[in-house]
Write a protein that binds this ligand. Structure first.
Ligand code: L34
Length: 284
């Protein structure tokens, strides 16, 4: 029987600390500000953006949200980003992904000022993470590291296997595990004998985007299993990349979906926005 890592509970704890710091800043006349841009009406993105707005409110962070129609042009979106880059009320800018197919995500990410890039997707911030001297950590991988730390799981010397190689999760996740002294393997769709590799993992991170992809046979008994996936089944229910029912009895720790990594992604966004506001005001 695995211990369930409760991402909601860990999130609440960290968000209280953030709210305290925001209050201290407010006493100095500083209010951190986040702008969230959503283009189109993808229902999942709408839920995530709503959760982000609510989390800002609860933490005392000022937020603006721009819900733009699906036919918004790239030029219009870039013009909005330029405006927000120059707005002193705004410390963080986030363009919710995925963007509609007529908009080039890389162009949009590159346009956000690295100083306000609270997603840490801009090449300048990605490069800083590679070197290990960063301002912002990407929210989802940072959320995973915070869950591990809060659960008392030490990565040093451990076999860490990341399944998935996206720019948003897999690649930066591997780098953060490496910074924490893990021995890191990244698996992907061309990996041979995947189950053999995942079975080596002391810490297994699933970020594939395929429902219930990681099954018990792929998990070493006693492994720590972190499920980054969030998939919607036909009946509308959420499920992760891990087949929770079969893996839970094998693992030592496991995160649920929902209520695992998802809330932590938002918590790390609040943390980055706070950090950005402090940096803009020369507060360490
Ligand atoms: N730019 N795009 C940008 N930054 C991000 O950090 C994201 N991501 C991912 C998608 N696109 C992005 C998110 O915000 C995924 N993501 C995200 C955020 C919040 C939640 C899940 C994914 C979340 O709140 N999850 C809840 C359940 C929500 C529900 O009911 O659908 C949970 O408990 O997992």
């Amino acid at each position: 029987m695995a211990k369930i890592i409760n991402g909601k509970e860990v999130s609440e704890k960290i968000r209280l600390r953030i709210a305290e710091e925001v209050k201290d800043l407010a006493a100095k006349g500083i209010v951190p500000g986040l702008a969230v841009i959503l283009v189109g009406d993808d229902p999942a993105s709408q839920v995530y953006v709503r959760n982000k707005k609510r989390a800002c409110e609860q933490a005392g962070i000022y937020s603006e949200s721009y819900e733009l129609p699906g036919n918004t042009s790239q030029e219009e979106l870039l013009a909005l980003i330029d405006k927000l880059n120059n707005d002193p009320k705004i410390n963080g800018i986030l363009a919710q992904l995925p963007l509609p197919s007529h908009i080039d995500e890389e162009t949009v990410i590159n346009r956000i000022s690295p100083d306000k890039d609270v997603d840490a997707f801009h090449p300048v911030n990605v490069g800083k993470i590679m070197i290990g001297n960063y301002d912002f950590l990407p929210c989802t991988p940072a959320g995973v590291m915070a869950l591990l730390a809060e659960s008392g799981v030490d990565c040093a010397g451990k076999e860490c296997v990341v399944v998935g190689r996206s720019n948003i999760v897999g690649k930066p996740q591997a780098m953060l595990l490496l910074h924490n002294h893990g021995t890191v393997t990244i698996c992907h769709s061309r990996t041979k004998n995947l189950a053999e590799v995942t079975r080596r993992a002391d810490i297994l991170i699933a970020a594939v985007g395929k429902p219930d992809f990681i099954t018990a046979e792929m998990v070493k008994p006693g492994a720590v299993v972190i499920d980054v996936g969030i998939n919607r089944k036909a009946d509308g229910k959420l499920t992760g990349d891990v087949d929770f029912a079969s893996v839970e009895p094998v693992a030592s720790y496991i995160t649920p979906v929902p209520g695992g990594v998802g809330p932590m992604t938002i918590t790390m966004l609040l943390q980055n926005t706070l950090k950005s506001a402090k940096k803009a005001n020369n507060i360490s």
